[in-house]
Design a protein around this ligand. Sequence first.
Ligand code: DC
Length: 222
Amino acid sequence: MINIAIDGPSGAGKSSLAGFIAKELSFVHVDTGALYRAVGYYVVCNKADPSDPESVVPLLDSLKVDVEYDGTKKQHVFINGKEVSEELRTNDVSMAASAASAIPEVREFLLDLQRNIAEKENIIMDGRDVGTVILPNADIKFFLSASPEKRADRRVKEYEAKGIDISYEKVLEDIIQRDKNDSTRKISPLKQAEDAIPVDNSDMTEEETKRFILDIIKEKLL
Ligand code: DC
């Protein structure tokens, strides 16, 4: 099976890039952030503190996260059999996911799910530790980043398109906080794999980024 890894900070455009590549190559796009968001959502629903292992870890016993891919290869996430894909996209869930993802038991809980999908399908998987921990032998690894300001700007536009009212300052502050959480946690921090290709898309359009990455993949694999 062919495995492509894309890691990088929140809001660098990993997900839409991976979705595009998956469509072009007929690969499955595995959005690992959504799995951590599922845990974050479950923690929020149960009114637990996402940064407190003592309140999060016991909840994992009653949590089952599943994914399915439809005919268009879109990922659907289920918590205990109920689809929650849409509920995972809020700012509160992002923050809870970021906090809970620093807990080793949470990462362990999601590890096999991620590896099992990669064994069965040609995939493009995006996340924080795909190239370093989940799929260290991935065929191609990218590390996608952009400045916090550019990422905040893009995220505000996404929220606006969905009718969600949130200020640029708040989004920027949360992005900086999440970068800090994600890259300073002890276990599986956000880090560029040694053999990853770095791509800073601060000054690239989404279209340019997609073409750039697709060309590299085609050159290396096809
Ligand atoms: O990519 P995202 O914003 O949907 O991810 C939500 C959070 O989940 C992110 O702040 C960090 C965590 N995460 C992680 O720790 N490891 C991954 N492979 C993917 C996401």
